[in-house]
Write a protein that binds this ligand. Structure first.
Ligand code: HEM
Length: 269
């Protein structure tokens, strides 16, 4: 079955359930139906170079986790805006757990030999993770807003609209700054140093959220580092399929920070 390109709400006919297994599930609620496996497992190439399946699955799994990350990031942002620090921290911890899963996936991709990647690299035809709208949406929603990306990436109108909306709405970083200010701490000023040094019960909650944000940021850094090294391992210093210089560009991205104030404070304490 071809991977559907139409709306995800469109129904695809599924095989009749095996009546012998009826005790295990009722019609319409089987494992394969709930997970829409007919659709999901039809979205990978069935022929071509051997390692292409690995390459596609690692990317698709990333995009699935990106979807969850966006969902949780938005909720964590809204919880901070509502001054619900404990609940926000809980979701930030989940985010870090997801990020750790993503970081660990590089080890799977690193089993690919450069010659095996070259066997299908030319079929990617300009396709690059640089155009991952969900990845960039995560950055924008977290706090790393860069409108210049909209001019550089190949995006659909829907993706462009989503990203433009994210640029306009409060990020997680902005929500944190607002909640800190409401509790009498200015994360952009010296006062925040006192906030970090004063671990009274009122401040402690804020510091715990700050540390969870740092964990998210640090995990991002780990992902970017692993990505850059894996890319160097595959293509050395060749240019990227997305039009960048390749590894040189990716190494500059490692220094990007979602919550720069929280790193800055380390130098001042
Ligand atoms: C063999 C494996 C891979 C290679 C050779 C590769 C190569 C590259 C290169 C060269 C870039 C820079 C932009 C360009 O010119 O294309 C890039 C960017 C990017 N790639 Fe990969 N990549 C690989 C795997 C992945 C995977 C598994 C993901 C997961 C989604 C991913 C996500 C991204 C993202 C999000 C960017 C944009 C980074 C930024 O702008 O900060 N890449 N990749």
């Amino acid at each position: 079955m071809p991977c559907p390109r139409t709306s995800s709400t469109e129904e695809v006919p599924v095989a009749e359930p095996d009546r012998r297994n009826r005790a295990e599930h009722t019609a319409g609620t089987s494992y394969r139906d709930v997970l829409r496996l007919d659709r999901l497992l039809a979205c990978q190439p069935e022929s071509g170079a051997h390692d292409e399946l690995l390459f596609i699955i690692v990317h698709q799994v990333h995009e699935l986790w990106f979807k969850l990350m966006l969902f949780e990031l938005q909720e964590a942002r809204d919880l901070l805006l509502a001054d619900r620090l404990d609940a926000a921290e809980h979701l930030l911890r989940r985010l870090v757990a997801v990020q750790n899963v993503l970081v660990s996936q590089w080890a799977v991709l690193d089993t690919m030999l450069p010659m095996d990647f070259l066997a299908f690299r030319n079929t990617l035809q300009g396709g690059s993770g640089f155009d991952s709208a969900q990845y960039r949406e995560i950055e924008f929603l977290a706090g790393l807003k860069d409108s210049a990306y909209l001019d550089r990436a190949r995006l659909t109108d829907t993706e462009r609209e989503r990203l433009t909306r994210r640029l306009a709405e409060p990020s997680l970083r902005e929500a944190f700054i607002a909640v800190a200010e409401r509790s009498g701490v200015d994360p952009l000023a010296k006062l925040w140093q006192d906030g970090y040094q004063d671990l009274s019960p009122e401040r402690w909650e804020l510091v715990r959220v700050a540390e969870a944000l740092l964990d998210v940021d640090q995990a991002f850094g780990r992902w970017r580092t692993h990505h850059a090294l894996s890319v160097e391992r595959q293509i050395g210093y060749k240019a990227g399929t997305g039009g960048s210089s390749g590894v040189d560009y990716l190494f500059t991205r490692i220094a990007a920070r979602l919550f720069p104030e929280l790193w800055e404070i380390r130098s001042q304490l």
